[in-house]
Design a protein around this ligand. Structure first.
Ligand SMILES: [Zn+2]
Length: 315
């Protein structure tokens, strides 16, 4: 059997000089009133699906029907270091760019490659009404949307019709994600952001999922018309989507965290109190019956999220 092909980087230099003064961002204007939507890719430099999606969108989107669409590439510096033999190394250079999106960090005294890029992007992000942030996972698992805690984000995820799983979560203990930045997390605003994990980061299908989600996102907002089918064949909407409400995130405290069994994403653990992992001497137990394991990560290190616990939201 031939080895399965893996997603490879694409040349993004064509998109460097955009039209709004920030490198690697371009805003498509309709000239008509309407919302401003942004597709963001490469907040993690090694999640190539987003690079493919942004390339596709540059090549195939024309003038929006209304409002404006911004296409943005996040951690280009890390992406440039991508090596297929050491994929983990190009997630970021100095720090995780998806943990710096708070006023404290963005306006604070510290400095890093990622903070500098986030500070560059911030004036554009501040103008955006709707954001789709494209990611991919280290581990194999079905695509999922991380909607954040607000119901309006879950509603937008349902408009997309895919993927099957919508995870309603509150982010991470160790820093603020772009999805959770500012008005995206405020009840007083309409601004809405979704993070989509498009599948395993080396899987070519993740690029298709990223393109499909981007188009569905823009179609849901009535900013574009459907592309003709020879250009892109959309994924079938799910007959139903499952919303998982995350109640707990397990943050690794030691250098000796391990799962006790081969846990999988969206695996349901029937009994409360089942020990699924150990963090040093501390047993990690499911807090309630029918507990869903969300995005377990075998490689999580001290301070990172190893797994989230959730339950299926009915209705
Ligand atoms: Zn990511």
């Amino acid at each position: 059997m031939p080895a399965r092909s893996k997603l490879t980087p694409v040349d993004l230099s064509r998109w460097r000089n955009g039209n709004n003064g920030i490198d690697f961002t371009t805003t498509l204007e309709s000239g008509r009133a309407g919302p401003h939507a942004m597709i963001m890719a490469l907040i993690h430099g090694n999640e190539l699906c987003g690079a493919h999606a942004i390339t596709f969108l540059h090549e195939h989107l024309t003038q929006p029907v209304k409002g404006r669409i911004s296409l943005a590439l996040g951690n280009i510096a890390a992406y440039r270091r991508f090596e297929s033999k050491n994929i983990g190394a190009s997630r970021y250079l100095d720090e995780d760019m998806n943990r710096v999106w708070s006023g404290d960090r963005l306006e604070g005294p510290s400095n890093s490659v990622e903070l500098r890029r986030a500070r560059e992007l911030r004036p554009l992000v501040d103008k955006v009404d709707f954001l789709l942030d494209l990611h991919a996972m280290e581990n194999t698992g079905p695509p999922l949307i991380l909607s954040g805690p607000l119901d309006r984000s879950v509603e937008l995820a349902r408009w997309l019709g895919t993927p099957q799983f919508i995870v309603q979560d509150a982010g991470h203990a160790n820093g603020t994600r772009l999805r959770d930045y500012s008005n995206f997390s405020s009840n007083d605003h309409h601004h809405t952001a979704l993070l989509i994990e498009c599948g395993q980061r080396e899987d070519p299908e993740s690029a298709r999922v990223a393109i499909d989600a981007s188009l569905k996102f823009l179609l849901s907002l009535d900013l574009i018309r459907p592309l003709p089918s020879p250009v892109f064949q959309p994924l079938q909407p799910m007959s139903s989507q499952d919303t998982i409400q995350v109640t707990d995130a397990v943050t690794v405290d030691t250098d000796a965290f391990s799962f006790l069994t081969d846990v999988e994403g969206f695996q349901v653990i029937d009994r409360a109190g089942t020990v699924i992992a150990r963090d040093g001497d501390r047993p990690i137990m499911t807090p309630y019956d029918s507990c869903v394991l969300v995005m377990p990560s075998r490689e999580a290190k001290r301070g990172q999220t190893a797994v989230r616990f959730g339950h299926v939201v009915t209705g």
